[in-house]
Design a binder for this molecule. Structure first.
Ligand code: TRP
Length: 334
């Protein structure tokens, strides 16, 4: 089994990032059988599709690296690196541009969403993004790719590219990867508005719990989180039409590894006056060790860069045979 996944480096990490991708990665790493491997990388080459200045980009990669390690990704057990340090990604992407079809890319819903109305003004990078993602996966012969539901279509494209390349060149080079999509990922919503995703770009800092928030700030944000005056129902079905309540219950369930139903059963009939302090305690207990590690790591750029450099050397070595075989299959001398 070879697990691989990428994440776009963003700054200002919050609870939504942690309970989304990062925690799943840590779980996969910790549950790996002997002989299996995990490759996790920062998709900084994909981030050229986002307008950002040089300093911000540098800082985002280090923020995300520190967060991943603070949350439990162990650079000695998993291969952790940034894509830009491994040129094989860009090289294979170009080779696969000969395989991927324009019609396939035209169907990508993420491109349509991100390009919006002004498709003519979107960057070529945004359009080709799924081909680079296919290269990321195929380069390492990944068998399992943990991703969110929104990446399912990109993984299907990856399989199509692999099949077409193998067929066109008469080789059995690329492994067909399977996506691993967690069954019940709680969508972590804003603490101020249960219908909006928790986001680093929400102007209100009270809407999110940052990985750098201290214990008092966490407790205060939970105390002030928007709720309703109703008591909690005995099962999750009773939370319909109560998005803020559902969000807080969902956070509690995710942190404890249980389900909204069992959290409701536990707090049935009680109001938020009882539930919120319990949630705040749980958040403080789980987030404070992460915060401390994060702050310590984030203060040491040299150590973070060394982690990524070491990971990139391992990744390059793992990628080399596949890259060489791809050039060779196409009759390109290297
Ligand atoms: N597109 C993915 C996302 O936005 C990130 C990503 C880039 C990725 N390359 C990948 C995920 C390869 C899995 C495998 O979440």
């Amino acid at each position: 089994m070879r697990v691989l996944s990428g994440i776009q480096p963003t700054g200002n990490l919050h609870l939504g990032n942690y309970l989304g991708a990062i925690r799943n990665w840590v779980r996969m790493q910790d549950e790996m059988a002997a002989g299996s491997e995990c490759f996790f990388f920062l998709a900084d080459m994909h981030s050229i599709t986002i307008q950002e200045g040089r300093e911000q980009r540098l800082s985002n990669v280090r923020d995300m690296t520190a967060a991943l390690v603070a949350c439990g990704i162990d650079p000695d057990r998993s291969v952790l690196f940034n894509q830009a340090r491994v040129p094989a990604h860009a090289e294979l992407c170009w080779l696969l541009c000969g395989t991927a079809r324009i019609g396939w890319l035209n169907r990508m819903t993420q491109f349509k969403d991100k390009a919006g109305k002004n498709r003519e003004g979107a960057s070529v990078g945004l359009y080709v993004y799924p081909v680079l993602q296919a290269a990321d996966v195929l380069l390492y012969q990944a068998t399992h790719v943990p991703v969110g539901e929104d990446q399912k279509q990109h993984l299907e494209l990856t399989r199509d590219v692999a099949i077409k390349f193998n067929t066109d060149f008469g080789v059995e080079l690329f492994t067909l990867p399977d996506p691993i999509i967690p069954k019940q990922t709680a969508r972590i919503m804003s603490l101020r508005d249960g219908s909006a995703k928790m986001s680093k770009s929400d102007p209100s800092d009270m809407s999110r719990i940052n990985l750098t928030d201290d214990n008092d700030t966490i407790a205060q944000k939970v105390r002030k989180a928007k709720t309703d005056p109703e008591p909690l129902p005995s099962e999750a079905a009773g939370l319909e039409g109560r998005p803020e309540a559902l969000n807080l219950i969902g956070i509690y369930a995710t942190l404890t590894g249980s389900t909204p139903d069992s959290v409701c059963a536990q707090f049935a009939g009680q109001g938020f006056g009882a539930f919120k302090p319990a949630l705040a305690d749980l958040l403080v207990t789980q987030l404070s060790p992460i915060r401390e590690r994060f702050i310590a790591l984030r203060g040491d750029n040299a150590a973070l860069d060394a982690i990524l450099e070491k990971g990139a050397a391992k990744a390059s070595a793992a990628a080399e045979p596949t890259l060489r075989a791809a050039y060779d299959a196409m009759g390109l001398m290297r």
